[in-house]
Design a protein around this ligand. Structure first.
Ligand SMILES: Cc1cc2nc3c(=O)[nH]c(=O)nc-3n(C[C@H](O)[C@H](O)[C@H](O)COP(=O)(O)O)c2cc1C
Length: 217
């Protein structure tokens, strides 16, 4: 499964089977996290047993029953931390999809129960629920390319493909509050238009765009 295929297959999954992730997959996940932490100067932590991370009433109200495992998205608390978490976290989400697992980014969770190791100069930004879903999730509403783009009107195919993948990116409460601008010199800038956790969204959206456009921003 390519990353593009993983994007097309991925949906947020909020109900999981009571089935642990196999040891060989856990090893691959740990390896991948090690790579991403080095690349993004992050301190992501995989917790095979999510314990009571998702026991909050609010999670249940949002339909998230529980998840067997969780990733604590921690990193050095710099100005761009949220965006880095989104970018590298989504790399991880797509890798997990390629491994046959399901995920859900979760901003509302029990910060104490997740048991993350957070140094004084670090911050716990968000969590990612992971496991075998009871189902593969489902398609949701999306904005149209016109609603999220700006700039030049003569748009090359690579740009349109980037936008298409960006519209399939998970965003908090499906807000999709971003603008993708094709500048006069054919460079692309993506900005967030505010909203809850929108900097995390921005990192996620940038990674999806890069996969679709097959070029780095
Ligand atoms: C930054 C961020 C925070 C999120 N927080 C939650 C959450 O707390 N609870 C939840 O059930 N879903 C959460 N989600 C999942 C979104 O609701 C979901 O991605 C969005 O509705 C789009 O659906 P899709 O992921 O199936 O494409 C979050 C997603 C992102 C990107």
């Amino acid at each position: 499964m390519t990353e593009k295929e993983a994007i097309l297959a991925r949906h947020s999954v909020r109900n999981y089977l009571d089935k642990a992730i196999e040891a060989d997959k856990v090893r691959l996940i740990e390896e991948k996290i090690g790579e991403l932490n080095a690349e993004g100067d992050l301190h992501f932590q995989f917790k095979a047993d999510a314990g009571n991370t998702f026991n909050r009433l609010l999670n249940r109200a949002m339909g998230l029953a529980s998840a067997p495992s969780v990733i604590a998205c921690v990193g050095k608390d710099t100005e761009d931390l949220d965006e880095r978490v989104g970018y590298y976290g989504e790399k991880l989400v797509l890798y997990l999809q390629q491994l046959g697992l399901n995920t859900c980014w979760v901003g509302t969770f029990n910060r104490k129960n997740i048991g993350a190791d957070v140094a004084p100069d670090e911050r716990l930004v968000i969590s990612i629920a992971v496991g075998y879903g009871e189902n593969q999730g489902k398609e949701r509403k999306s904005k149209t390319p016109d609603q999220v783009t700006a700039g030049r009107n003569d748009r090359p195919e690579w740009f349109n493909e980037g936008v298409k993948m960006a519209l399939l990116a998970p965003t908090a409460v499906n807000q999709q509050k971003f603008t993708i601008c094709l500048n006069d010199d054919e460079s692309v800038s993506i900005t967030d238009n505010g909203g809850v956790l929108s900097r995390v969204d921005l990192g996620i959206v940038k990674y999806h765009f890069e996969i679709g456009a097959e070029r780095k921003l």
